[in-house]
Design a protein around this ligand. Structure first.
Ligand code: FAD
Length: 265
């Protein structure tokens, strides 16, 4: 496949460029296949925008844009919203100063060895890990949104977004099966962080060696021992996770302070 210039990065950091490129793709490419949003789809999109506007630990210009999009969606008395109106706002044709989401796609931690690999799905996982960690660290962030006091707010929003809008319908089906099976066991925001980690590893295990695996980024159980030695333990010769340490690691790794601004323009 086509090659783009390789960008230096470290696996121990999360990159804002991936998160912003993912949001750009979601809002300007993925959503564009839905010409109008109404009913359940509109509700799902509104909840998604609520969760990111309130929890995304991003740059001011991007957070402001998301907040403006949310205010606009909430205040509209319409039952039907044309996608083009959303696009106008995202593209800032309304010329409200200080709002901006770049339309330059820059994959860093999510770059692939060919353009067909990694990128957007990688950024979406990353975004939702970041959001579950934010929800666990900022209990009041969703106040007055209708989503407060629900430890499942982020995961349910992710589940519905993936099931309705994510271009990979097969992925949506798989994710829905996992959610049906065990999401109701999640009782706290910390358990939500761990649930998403566990399910992501389940997906990695299923996809190891498949077509969607980038040979330069083999699917493994994550975090690998080099990233988090204390996450791994051995009991009677078998590998076990130390979930308490995994939680500590996830909160650090996907925490706002570990998001590098490198390569953002
Ligand atoms: P990804 O799996 O995308 O992971 C991105 C980054 O997250 C990794 O580089 C690593 O830093 C980190 N990470 C890895 N594992 C974990 C973990 N357990 N917890 C926290 N962080 C972790 N593709 C299919 O072919 N079939 C499917 O059914 C399918 N289902 C999907 C469901 C969802 C909800 C999503 C978002 C994607 C799905 N995909 C599916 C795509 C697939 O999971 C990968 O995103 C894609 O193949 C790119 O893989 P990647 O190597 O970039 O790593």
């Amino acid at each position: 496949g086509a090659q783009v210039e390789w960008k230096d990065f470290t696996k121990s950091e999360v990159y804002m460029a991936d998160l912003e490129s993912g949001l750009h793709y979601l809002l300007r490419v993925e959503l564009a296949t839905h010409k109008t949003l109404e009913g359940e789809e509109l509700k799902i999109f509104k909840d998604f925008v609520t969760v990111v506007a309130k929890l995304f630990p991003g740059r001011q210009s991007v957070v402001k844009l998301l907040e403006t999009l949310l205010e606009w969606l909430v205040s509209l008395p319409l039952e039907k919203i044309p996608y083009d109106a959303i696009l106008d706002l995202v593209n800032n044709k309304m010329r409200i100063s200080g709002l901006y989401l770049s339309d330059r796609v820059q994959w860093v931690g999510c770059q692939g060895s060919s353009v067909a690999l990694r990128g957007y799905p990688c950024s979406l996982w990353t975004l939702f890990h970041v959001l579950t960690v934010q929800a666990a660290g900022r209990p009041d962030a969703l106040a007055n949104t209708g989503l407060e006091e629900d430890p499942l707010a982020v995961l349910q929003t992710m589940r519905r977004y993936i099931g309705t809008f994510f271009g990979c319908q097969e992925c949506g089906k798989h994710f829905e099966e996992m959610a049906l099976e065990s999401l109701n066991q999640v009782k706290s925001v910390d358990e939500a962080v761990l649930w998403l980690w566990r399910k992501h590893n389940q997906v990695n295990a299923r996809l190891a060696g498949s077509m969607s695996e980038d040979p330069m980024f083999p699917k493994t159980l994550w975090p690998t021992p080099d990233l988090c030695p204390s996450c791994h333990e051995e009991q009677e010769g078998l590998h076990v996770w130390n979930e308490q340490m995994v939680l500590v690691f996830l909160k650090q790794h996907f925490g706002a302070l570990n998001i590098s601004p490198r390569y953002t323009s």
